[in-house]
Design a protein around this ligand. Sequence first.
Ligand SMILES: [Zn+2]
Length: 222
Amino acid sequence: MKLLYALGLLAAVCAADLCILRAAGAIGYRECLTVQEAKGFVALTFDDGPHGEDTARLLDGLSERGIKASFFLMGQSIPGQEELVRRMKEEGHLIGNHGYGHTPLTELSGREAAEGLEETSRLIEEITGEEPEYVRPPYGKWSEELEAGVELTPVLWSVDSMDWKLRDRRQIVDRVLKDAGNGDIILMHDIFPQSVDAALELADRLSEEGYVFVTVDEMLVD
Ligand SMILES: [Zn+2]
């Protein structure tokens, strides 16, 4: 049974609250909610890391809350941060590819794009033992040529936190809460302290509203 469907079914048929899901290990909640069913599913996604301080603090906060997220790593940021990548894997987060540098893949030759993606996947696999299946193309720029030549599945987003521009916890939180609903993939960046503050506040606020956090592979199942 596909996970989202299974979770939805569980949430719908359980007359009790989400503590049942938590007890079954199906979801991780810091505290049990007293709502009758899940309001919906959302995915928190973080690009451009790993970042020594900000990613570490984010992982601590997500771990305290039992929340899983999706991280799209830049190949050039991985050397020296192997421990953080190991933690992502061990703590159940999804690890995806964000290219090696941050040049839009559509501005590189097909060969350059493929080499950067392959090198990033290789660095991730060296640490986690698993090759990533998903790519978040920098700036969301993707093409039919890439679609045909790259095996990774592209994952864009439906809610842009604009955290890189706002750099303000309150404004980022307000913007996301205004737009986020069931099935949304929220774009953030774990390279700014304000983004980490905002993400952890969003984790609490959306949990209180009854949302369940999933990784993008769980969100993308049909
Ligand atoms: Zn990026």
